[in-house]
Write a new protein. Structure first.
Length: 125
């Protein structure tokens, strides 16, 4: 499961929970494309995967293609991972193969906000 929240015109917060099978990954890709289709530069994303579980290899490939397609318009993105070494390795693999230094793994929302440049925004739970 996932949820996409718009923070401002070019910044989004994505919360992923549980598993991310290929069908969900495809649905996410289509929704994300539709929401961001008019953004040509300065796209910023916080991806909160603190409640996510391992990805399937097919889902990894689907997400990797999305990451590569967004390299040009991306300003920065942060992946929040807490104490999940296997998922951390999967995300490291994705980031290494996405070929962009604009993405970073962080351990909490405050680090993510600082990396993206939106530290003054308050997230309510």
């Amino acid at each position: 499961m996932y949820q996409i929240e718009k923070i401002n015109d070019t910044c989004f917060y994505i919360k992923a929970t549980g598993t991310f099978p290929p069908a969900v990954a495809e649905r996410f890709i289509n929704e994300f494309k539709a929401i961001t289709k008019d953004i040509n530069k300065n796209l910023s994303i916080i991806i909160d995967i603190t409640d996510a579980i391992l990805l399937s290899i097919n889902s990894i490939e689907i997400i990797l293609e999305l990451l590569k397609r967004n390299n040009e318009r991306l300003f920065r993105s942060a992946f929040i991972i807490e104490k999940n070494p296997p998922l951390n390795e999967e995300i490291k693999y994705l980031l290494d193969h996405a070929q962009s230094k604009k993405r970073k793994i962080v351990s909490n929302i405050e680090e993510a906000k600082e990396w993206i440049g939106i530290d003054k925004i308050v997230f309510k739970k």
